[in-house]
Design a protein around this ligand. Structure first.
Ligand SMILES: [Zn+2]
Length: 372
């Protein structure tokens, strides 16, 4: 199979393929399925759900987890890697008693289905895994650039003025500082870009409940949560929210040597971020469990194009019509920026994703992957 063919055509097509492949592996690996549906529906009226497929031990001691779609539309890439794992790796894999592989399809099924990074409440789930929410938390520069980040209209003259202010800001403080202001997360403006929420969203609650339930006996967990956007086209860096002096960081660098970059320390292309999912997951795991975690981030286009797409998508959701010509163009740009159509890009994503999964499996106690 051509690796690019692992990319699904839509959320619904991906979900159906995922569930069918997981069920087909039941006789070999003993599949457990656990689906948590949202109240909202997809654009086709269909169910939106976070689907867990667990292969092997019911309450594993050692587990590898691969999750997709935290940022909705970025789920095409994560799901493609999962479809490759289902088709090529799991049919060969042997799992000893106590070991499991867990695939979590579409942590943010709404965003995946509707082509947005955020969820049904305009919340970025990867800024939402906090214990406490502070509604005043918002970068002062975000406030200063509010209209430029959250335009009330797309009038060309007004837009030129707003982009002039962004250019002046970037000239004074640098593009990286602008990226941090635009992407770091804010908890004050529910309709604004990069809103982190006022409490844990249903998808984050479902995810942490699944972790608490299925990984209650885990002594080691290796976890990849796949993203797209930042970085040169097709390149990958594996970002972690953990600081370099933490056990999580050290174990992650053991599992994926040479790959891990901490967002907290400035060694990553990502700037420091609030409310990252890995921090919430680690807190939900049993105490003493070793935890290796990475967000593989596959580069697509330059950061300014990505921020521009997110900003315009946010305008569309708040003020526009998704089915008129402007709306369709904005949605097409979101898809291209986070799931590029390029055949080569898609092949590279699946190949790199498969090798990261292979590295994690190689060190997973009780897992044996014979060569094809
Ligand atoms: Zn992402």
């Amino acid at each position: 199979m051509d690796l690019a063919d692992c990319f699904p055509a839509s959320y619904t097509a991906s979900r159906e393929r995922f569930l069918a492949a997981a069920r087909a592996l039941a006789p070999r690996l003993g599949t457990t399925l656990d689906s948590r549906a949202l109240e909202v529906r997809g654009p086709d009226g269909g169910t939106l759900a976070l689907d867990l497929a667990l292969f092997g031990a019911r309450r594993p001691t050692h587990a590898l987890v691969v999750s997709s779609g935290t940022h909705g539309v970025e789920g095409y890439a994560g799901a493609a890697i999962q479809h490759h794992v289902l088709a090529e790796l799991l049919p060969r894999l042997r799992l000893a008693e106590g070991t499991a592989v867990v695939l979590l399809h579409a942590l943010n099924p709404y965003g995946f289905a509707w082509g947005r990074r955020v969820n049904e409440s305009n919340v970025d789930l990867n800024r939402n895994a906090l214990e406490h929410f502070d509604a005043s938390l918002c970068d002062p520069d975000y406030e200063r650039l509010f209209d430029a980040l959250n335009p009330p209209d797309l009038d060309p003259a007004a837009e030129a003025l707003r982009w002039g202010r962004v250019d002046a800001f970037v000239a004074e403080h640098g593009e990286r500082r602008y990226q941090q202001v635009a992407m770091g997360g804010q908890y004050r403006h529910p309709q604004g870009v990069q809103y982190g929420g006022a409490g844990r969203e249903a998808s984050v609650r479902h995810l942490l409940a699944l972790v608490t339930e299925h990984l209650a006996n885990a002594r080691s967990v290796r976890w990849l949560d796949v993203h797209t956007g930042l970085g040169a086209s097709g390149d990958c860096e594996v970002v972690t929210g953990a600081s370099p002096d933490s056990d999580c960081y050290r174990f992650s660098t053991e599992v994926w040597p040479g790959w891990i970059r901490s967002a907290a320390s400035g060694e990553s292309l990502a700037t420091p971020l609030h409310g990252l999912l890995d921090r919430g997951i680690e807190a939900a795991l049993p105490s003493g469990c070793r935890f290796a975690f990475g967000f593989p981030e596959f580069g697509t286009y330059e950061p300014m194009r990505m921020i521009r797409a997110i900003r315009t998508d946010n305008w569309l959701h708040a003020h526009g019509d998704r089915d008129d010509a402007t709306g369709r163009a904005i949605r097409a740009e979101m898809l291209e920026v986070f799931a590029p159509a390029s055949h080569d890009w898609r092949r590279r994503v699946v190949a790199t994703g498969a090798s990261l999964v292979g590295q994690a499996l190689a060190g997973l106690p009780g897992a044996t992957l014979p060569p094809p």
